[in-house]
Write a protein that binds this ligand. Structure first.
Ligand SMILES: Cc1cc2nc3c(=O)[nH]c(=O)nc-3n(C[C@H](O)[C@H](O)[C@H](O)COP(=O)(O)OP(=O)(O)OC[C@H]3O[C@@H](n4cnc5c(N)ncnc54)[C@H](O)[C@@H]3O)c2cc1C
Length: 410
């Protein structure tokens, strides 16, 4: 498997590295003040990071999934809070449109998300529908040339400031779930910030209320009844970005532990010379390498699926294939991408939380304050085992792919 990058891709990642270093201090300040980092768009927009894997046709950089994963890994080192902003905007935002929207919808929506004029969100979860989105109660009905949505979503990342979001609702008659593109300023749409989060303090989550929210018929995403297929395919990209970001968390934990343990002296010498401290450091290093391998393989598998889809020119065959019908090559590539993303997210997120926990231990009391990077990684990495498919649900998914569909646990 070849993970080599071109000079252009390397140049992009170098610029991104400088941008991440330049925003570090400000991100910390925003985190401690619990406010959104308002410099992300002006700093990362001109670099193209607000549309890294979005096709050049719509103004993006058009990079492959491996380059995007490497970019997310680097951003992840600045914290899962900042990284979550990008993952929501791109992985479960723009890529959903790129994969499922009509040409007309892509042209209308993608370019302004790439410039940062509009930030994206993905509104699936509801109070009664978390791990099981099929139990959602948000409903839609058709009224003339509009759909009318009624219901409530919660925990929606970027939700307070999203200019465009995708959402998912049940047909009030048939119960089938469809996906919609919703403008942030739609009539009947209300966004309320969720307070008192444990971590991820520079990215904002919202409750989204659809109070008879009117969505024009041309904003149906995909076809009626395809909502869950769309949401589940979005989560594959979401998992990949969470996993890549988790690698970033671990690289920063390792750097912080190495730096601190060399300078902090106890019992007549630096902590770095104590073998039990070295155990923490060695284990974090092992977790980084094992997670990286999974993330890069998952990224390549996702890219292969994307490239295969591009080769299907027959529209009818294309839609059937996406729904998993009648195209064994597509199904195989999709299962592989799905499986590897689940493995990568499960392993990397558990490892990142463990690495952050070890890092706080290495720092002792100095790691128990939010001004310490390792403390913020500890609080933020906790979310990575919950969102984009809680890790228990991913375990069930991994096991059922191995055992066969008849052993699906639920
Ligand atoms: C910080 C954060 C950001 C988020 N951002 C978004 C977003 O942008 N958009 C969005 O739509 N949602 C978002 N979410 C919601 C997230 O996707 C859900 O929290 C997640 O899917 C889990 O759902 P739940 O919290 O309702 O937990 P539940 O589904 O109630 O699960 C609770 C626990 O039970 C376990 N469990 C569930 N079913 C089973 C089973 N069959 N067998 C064994 N164990 C099981 C779960 O793994 C979990 O550990 C976010 C959540 C957080 C915390």
């Amino acid at each position: 498997m070849n993970f080599d990058l071109s000079a252009t891709q390397k140049g992009f990642l170098q610029k991104l590295d400088s941008a991440c270093s330049s925003i570090r201090e400000y991100e910390e300040k925003c985190y401690l003040d619990e406010r959104m980092n308002d410099r992300i768009v002006p700093i990362f927009g001109p670099l193209g990071m607000l549309g890294c894997p979005v096709s050049k046709i719509y103004g993006g950089l058009g990079y492959d999934m491996l380059t995007y994963a490497l970019a997310i890994e680097r951003i992840g080192a600045e914290g899962a809070s900042m990284r979550t902003f990008f993952s929501v905007h791109t992985s479960i935002g723009q890529l959903v449109l790129q994969s499922w929207a009509s040409e007309e919808q892509k042209k209308e929506y993608l370019p302004e998300t790439v410039t940062g004029k509009k930030i994206m969100a993905f509104a699936l979860t509801e109070p009664s529908a978390g791990s099981d989105p099929s139990s959602m109660v948000t409903k839609f009905e058709k009224k003339g040339d509009h759909y009318v949505l009624r219901g409530k979503k919660h925990w929606i990342g970027n939700g307070t400031y999203a200019g465009t979001m995708t959402t998912y609702a049940k047909d009030a008659g048939t119960g089938k779930i469809s996906a919609f593109i919703v403008d942030g300023d739609s009539r009947g749409l209300r966004k309320v910030e969720m307070k008192n989060k444990m971590g991820l303090l520079t990215v904002k989550n919202a409750e989204i209320f659809f109070d008879s929210c009117s969505v024009t018929k041309k904003n149906l995403l995909g076809k009626e009844g395809q909502g869950l297929s769309i949401a589940f395919s979005a989560l594959v990209d979401g998992r990949l970005s969470v996993a890549a970001g988790a690698v970033g968390i671990m690289t920063d934990c390792l750097a912080e532990c190495a730096r601190y343990s060399k300078t902090r002296e106890q019992h007549g010498g630096p902590l770095a010379k104590k073998q039990l401290i070295q155990d923490h450091i060695a284990r974090i290093a092992v977790s980084i390498e094992s997670s990286r391998w999974l993330v890069y393989r998952a990224a390549v598998a996702r890219q292969k699926l994307h490239e295969y889809v591009e080769t299907i020119t027959d529209k009818g065959e294309y839609w059937q294939a996406r729904l998993g019908r009648g195209n064994s090559e597509y199904s195989e590539l999709r299962s592989r991408a799905d499986m590897l993303a689940a493995l990568a997210k499960f392993h990397a997120s558990n490892s990142a939380f463990d690495a952050a926990n070890r890092s706080v231990q290495v720092f002792g009391a100095a790691g128990y304050v939010k001004t310490a990077r390792v403390a913020r990684h500890f609080l933020d990495s906790r979310a990575t085992t919950i969102y984009e498919g809680a890790n228990e649900v991913l375990e069930l998914k991994i096991a059922s792919q191995i055992l066969g569909k008849e052993y699906t646990a639920y």
